[in-house]
Write a protein of this length. Structure first.
Length: 204
């Protein structure tokens, strides 16, 4: 398999999961200026991640790739304990990270793509930061004293949480007093698979 990624983007979650599964893969960084160029042959949407399988088929969209990898390596136990309810709980939190938290970072990555004018952009930024703070409070409460986000089992949701926490630190999201998330972040930084993926993406 071949994972197409941008360093530090949401594709880092897939990169970590590939390390956790032990599946053989190749990781290929996509230059940002090629996303809407040559890379369109891989993903017509012009975005990462994209996972190209050995037979040439391509899977896009982060949650689809994470779910595929978890099912490809069930022995890794990355999508629950094998019951439908446990799997649903993992997908519920992975979807929250993908569809809610991730979405609220979009304005912070390019205010001028959303609204014009300094005042409007500042207002949008403040609202996005406030929404993110609320969502990270929910994640902190869900994590509690556990090591992992869902049922205290390592899952595909954990690398995604790690990725958005990296973004939060970079973009100035208020994470003060969210001690459970701070502990989780340090734990992930020390994880061998996380370290390998970060090194691969020159983020270590």
């Amino acid at each position: 398999m071949k994972l197409y990624y941008l360093p530090g983007a949401c594709s880092l979650a897939d990169h970590i999961v590939l390390e956790w599964t032990g599946l053989p893969y190749e990781a290929a960084a996509v230059p940002r200026d090629e996303l809407k160029g040559a890379f369109l042959k891989i993903n017509p949407a012009g975005s990462v991640p994209a996972l190209q399988l050995a037979d040439g088929a391509v899977i896009t969209q982060n949650l689809a790739i994470l779910d595929y990898l978890a099912n490809l390596a069930p022995e890794a136990g990355l999508c629950g304990d094998g019951t439908l309810l446990s799997r649903a709980r993992v997908i519920r939190w992975a979807a929250f990270l993908n569809a809610d938290v991730h979405k609220n970072f979009s304005p912070l990555f390019g205010l001028d793509r959303h609204v014009d004018g300094e005042q409007a952009q500042q207002s949008l930024k403040e609202k996005a930061l406030a929404r993110l703070r609320d969502q990270f409070e929910q994640l902190d409460a869900q994590l509690g004293a556990n090591t992992w986000l869902v049922d205290d089992r390592r899952s595909i949701a954990d690398p995604y949480l790690f990725v958005v926490l990296r973004w939060a630190h970079a973009m100035g999201v208020d994470l003060s007093d969210l001690d459970n998330l701070a502990r989780f972040f340090k734990h992930m930084q020390a994880d061998a698979g996380v370290k390998a993926a970060l090194k691969d993406e020159s983020l270590d």
